[in-house]
Design a protein around this ligand. Structure first.
Ligand code: TYM
Length: 338
């Protein structure tokens, strides 16, 4: 079985409130990679239900993530866009990898600790097993590169450990070098976008405050208001990167500006160093609107056309299955299933 050298896999959960962190940390980077890689972009609905989802909203949110991929510029004809639950290889491989991964490894996952919080006994078994499903997502395609935000680094390391252990455990049975070591691609100036209300917290879909995030369904007015009200300190912007140390809110806004403008943070500071937030914030709001409004507009248009999105997901899942099923069939042979 041939091992691809440049196959990209990534996914986004359809849990609503797609935000600027999802866009700058992940979706935007999906677009550039299609020039050089074969890309498979998944809407991970099976990950979404690790916390309870309203079924109607889940269906809407699944279409919305697919619409965001396409609106951002992923070519639905050339690349594979699909939802995870339509391809049974993900669940099948998860079971086998559950028997390779160690409890000790999962116990170290910081995202589980954060999401489960104090009431760990009451978290779903799925939430605990989430990183193994994520490893199965990637390994079912023997993907070589995985574009993600900084918060997924630990999950990627786990996927690499699982791949390695599978290869070792089954080395004598055809498993040697079977799974590649997937490389994380953590790209751009905003790999970890922080909350607009608190520079020490990640921008997230689940923050109770809508003012903490810019979403891909916000209007120009919403965006301008959220940036105007974003928490900052009273100092003007520094001219050098060093001056952003211990100023998490300023650092975050400069990072967002840099990522949207596709320049470095140094370049932003060269231009805006010495400015007060009262002038930097309107410049940032204008830039955010210029970059995001074509995407939000196109997403809204695509969301009107559920038949089109449905056909993209249907066709995508057939193409995804055609790649993943033979890999899982080979894994079953390797472990001795008859
Ligand atoms: P999810 O839906 O939480 O996030 C989707 C992508 O957005 C990135 N991201 C951020 N980047 C920068 N700043 C932020 N504040 C921010 N918040 C989120 C995430 O890093 C991610 O790249 N487990 C994944 C989904 C997944 C997956 C996979 C990814 C399932 N299977 C296989 C890659 C490969 C997740 O949490 O998505």
């Amino acid at each position: 079985m041939e091992q691809p050298t440049n196959r990209v896999f990534s996914g986004v959960q359809p849990t609503g409130n797609l935000h600027l962190g999802n866009y700058l940390g992940a979706i935007r980077n999906f677009v550039g990679l299609q020039e050089t890689h074969e890309c498979i972009y998944c809407v991970v609905d099976m990950h979404a239900i690790t916390a309870w989802q309203d079924p109607k909203e889940l269906a809407h949110n699944t279409r919305e993530v697919a619409a965001a991929y396409i609106a951002a510029g992923v070519d639905a004809d050339k690349q594979v866009i699909f939802n995870q639950s339509k391809v049974s290889a993900h669940a099948e491989l998860t079971w086998i990898l559950n028997c390779v991964a160690r409890i000790g490894w999962l116990n170290r996952m910081t995202q589980f600790k954060e999401k489960a919080g104090k009431n760990r006994e009451n978290a779903s078994v799925g939430l605990y097993d989430y990183p193994v499903l994520m490893a199965a997502d990637i390994l079912a395609y023997r993907a070589t590169h995985v574009p993600v935000g900084d918060d997924q680094k630990q999950h990627l390391e786990l996927a690499r450990d699982i791949a390695q252990k599978f290869n070792n455990d089954f080395a004598e049975f055809g498993g040697e070098d079977f799974f590649p070591q997937p490389e994380p691609l953590i790209m751009g100036a905003a790999t970890r976008v922080m909350s607009l209300r608190d520079g020490s917290k990640k921008m997230s879909k689940s923050d109770p405050s809508d003012m903490s995030r810019i979403t891909l369904t916000d209007t120009a007015d919403d965006i301008a208001k959220k940036i105007r009200k974003a928490r900052t300190d009273p100092e003007p912007l520094p001219s050098e990167l060093d001056g952003l140390k211990d100023r998490p809110e300023a650092d975050n806004l400069v990072g967002i500006y840099a990522a949207l403008a596709d320049v470095t943070k140094e370049a932003v500071l060269q231009e805006h160093g010495g400015s007060q937030f009262s002038s930097f914030k309107p410049a940032l709001a204008d830039l955010a609107n210029e970059k995001l409004s074509p995407i939000t507009g196109e997403m809204a248009r695509l969301m009107e056309d559920t038949t089109y999105i449905g056909s993209v997901l249907q066709k995508g899942s057939q193409r995804a299955s055609a790649i993943a099923q033979p890999v899982v069939a080979r894994v079953k042979e390797i472990v001795g299933f008859i």
